[in-house]
Design a protein around this ligand. Structure first.
Ligand code: CMC
Length: 392
């Protein structure tokens, strides 16, 4: 007390003790609950990883079946929410829609407002949020096309059901390719948690005031939207397309990013914590090559991305500052290959990050952490006498 340490951007301030995600930025290591991201991306499913993050251990067969079954009972979203949803302009940004819709769940499912929910009641809130989020994301996608929404089908697992609601048609049964289901699982797993980043810290700090889970997650979605955070995946593709349409002169754009008089940054490069290759980027780059090959897609934007990476990684500006490609650099190319429009990319990041946000919110509550309330160093005026308006 009395003495306040200033740490803008919390570059060196630990805000909590956590046992969810381990990250070593110098070595490029990422683990969820002790399991390496490489193993989880290769061998697990998104739902299993969600369970792991939220409850601390990989589920048994019975636990995962129960989890899937319960979620499938709560995938429907209150029909009255559609009236609210219908009011959004069809071209409004999907992230604004997502944040508002998730916050409005607190009005449609008000039992979540009680900060003293029992463990069973809180588990049900978690199940509802996981189930309804996938449905809401698919609604937003369908709206962008002007197509009717598709209702959830409980015979499918979590990710397959999401893809059905997204790419399915009312007029006919659509078969979703296994390659697509695998890629989606992998992408969601890689985004599932990343310790105390901007959106997760937001979720924890909002929840620390005893605010309900839905509103806390909605705040996290808003934090994720920014192009310096999750919004980078949209910004990367927009940048790559710009470079392509500008004649593909990668050097010119690298120089622009290095110019301190130019606010342009290479989107998808650099990270607050990783001073080495982002391990998620490595996995995504490989998955990107695989999926484009399997789907027989030749995306010229991928060539630009690879050239850009090569130039940036050998340029002293990027080497000295340890600016490596991050998770957002290649993910957009996969989302594009799967058929998602650019504006949906950050919404998909949010769907992946949801279990991490829930796990972090739950941990914060279980640790009985105090309300988050940073201090400041005041640098404003002191002791001014009020001057009547006619004398100013
Ligand atoms: N292009 C050009 N220069 C950069 C870049 C970049 N992408 N990123 C950092 N720098 C420079 C920056 O100008 C500064 O240079 P100097 O020391 O000469 O002033 C130095 O590198 C350190 O950068 P910083 O802004 O102090 O670092 P930070 O930890 O505050 O910011 C970051 C991290 C991720 C916001 C930043 O690297 C950035 O803006 N990257 C582009 C946006 C992006 O890809 N964001 C996604 C991050 S990963 C996923 C996620 O968080 O959701």
């Amino acid at each position: 007390t009395g003495f306040i340490t200033l740490d803008s951007g919390f570059k060196n301030t630990g805000a909590t003790k956590s046992s969810i995600t381990f990250l070593d930025g110098e070595k490029g290591i990422l683990k969820y609950r002790g399991y390496s991201i490489e193993q989880l991306a290769e061998k697990s499913t998104f739902l299993e990883v969600a369970y792991l993050l939220i409850y601390g251990n990989l589920p048994t067969q019975k636990q995962i079946e129960d989890f899937q079954h319960q979620i499938s009972r709560h995938t429907l979203v209150h029909e009255d929410m559609k009236k609210f949803f219908d009011g959004f302009p069809s071209k409004s940004h999907p992230m604004g829609q997502l944040s508002s819709l998730v916050c409005s769940l607190s009005s449609f499912y008000p039992e979540s407002l009680d900060p003293n929910q029992t463990k069973e009641e809180f588990d049900l809130t978690i199940i509802k949020l996981l189930g309804k989020m996938a449905t809401i994301v698919s609604w937003i996608y369908k709206k962008s096309l002007g197509h009717p929404v598709i209702y959830p089908k409980n015979k499918y697992d979590y990710v397959t059901n999401f893809l059905h609601m997204t790419f399915g048609q009312r007029t006919e049964e659509v078969e979703i390719d296994e390659v697509v289901i695998d890629a989606m699982n992998k992408l969601l797993i890689l985004h599932a948690d990343h310790e105390q980043n901007c959106s997760t810290s937001t979720v924890r700090i909002v929840g620390s005031s005893d605010c309900n889970l839905y509103a806390s997650i909605s705040a996290g979605i808003s934090a994720l939207w920014g192009p310096l955070h999750g919004g980078a995946n949209q910004a990367v593709i927009e940048m790559l397309e710009k470079i392509k349409n500008d004649g593909g002169d990668v050097d010119k754009w690298v120089n622009k990013a290095k110019d301190k008089n130019d606010s342009f940054r290479l989107m998808g490069f650099g990270h607050r914590v990783y001073k080495n290759f982002d391990p998620r980027a490595k996995i995504i780059k490989k998955a990107c090559d695989d999926i484009l090959e399997k789907l027989g897609i030749n995306d010229p934007v991928l060539d630009i991305a690879k050239k850009l990476e090569e130039v940036a990684l050998s340029d002293p500006y990027f080497v000295e500052r340890k600016l490596y490609p991050n998770v957002d650099f290649y993910s957009g190319i996969i989302y594009r290959a799967l058929g998602f429009p650019t504006e949906m990319f950050t919404v998909l990041f949010a769907l992946g990050r949801l279990p991490g946000w829930i796990a972090q919110w739950k941990e914060m509550r279980e640790n009985k952490e105090p309300i988050g309330r940073p201090r400041q160093v005041y640098v404003g005026e002191n002791d001014r006498d009020f001057v009547p308006i006619e004398k100013r």
